[in-house]
Ligand binder design. Structure first.
Ligand code: GDP
Ligand code: MG
Length: 176
């Protein structure tokens, strides 16, 4: 576990999942309360740091974005190195992205060591009318894999902070 130099904690959290599931927008919604309807592949930002207070202690969550590497199946081991938390994201309107979740979990397990607080995230829950993966399926997969689970919308903000908060708190429990 890293210290941030001032005696506080620094938690590295990675956001993974297929291209266009909304990873970058979940991060920008959480860190800056922004949503970009036209977000192209990526802007090149590697990570954003968000401070939270838990138990009166300052925790810095350093949240990493793939910066589009996933389109080329080229998420590097450096991306995962030192991660203590993860959000594995799929798009509830595209079943193929849900079917990729196990591959992402394998990759996460291969490249990281130790306990990773992991949340399965079904994003774009604002698009109920074109849903392709049921809430039940998401829950069952999460249970099977021992993950937390939430459906989110980076567009209307549903559960975005909640998803990151649960992961950050779980990491805190794991280290304290
Ligand atoms: P990434 O490739 O996983 O980083 O995905 P992006 O964050 O770039 O988002 C891909 C596309 O999905 C963009 O057009 C976003 O505007 C859109 N998008 C992302 N999150 C949501 C959401 O929660 N709801 C809806 N309706 N669209 C979203
Ligand atoms: Mg992106």
């Amino acid at each position: 576990m890293e210290e941030d130099g001032g005696g506080g904690y620094l938690f590295k959290i990675v956001v993974i999942g297929d291209s266009a599931v909304g990873k970058s927008n979940l991060l920008s919604r959480f860190a800056r309360d922004e949503f970009d309807p036209n977000s192209k592949a990526t802007i090149g930002v590697e990570f954003q740091t968000q401070e939270v207070i838990i138990d009166g202690k300052e925790v810095k969550a350093q949240i990493w974005d793939t910066a589009g590497q996933e389109r080329f199946r080229a998420v590097t081991s450096a991306y995962y190195r030192g991660a203590v938390g993860a959000l594995v994201v799929y798009d509830i309107t595209r079943r193929t992205t849900f079917e990729s979740v196990k591959r992402w979990l394998d990759e996460l397990n291969t490249h990281s060591d130790g306990k990773i607080a992991t949340m399965l995230v079904g994003n774009k829950c604002d698009l109920e009318s074109i849903r392709d993966v049921s809430i039940q399926e998401g829950k069952e997969l999460a249970e099977e894999e021992g993950l937390f689970f939430m459906e989110t919308s980076a567009l209307d903000s549903t559960n975005v902070s909640a998803a990151f908060d649960v992961v950050i708190r779980e990491i805190y429990v794991n280290v304290s």
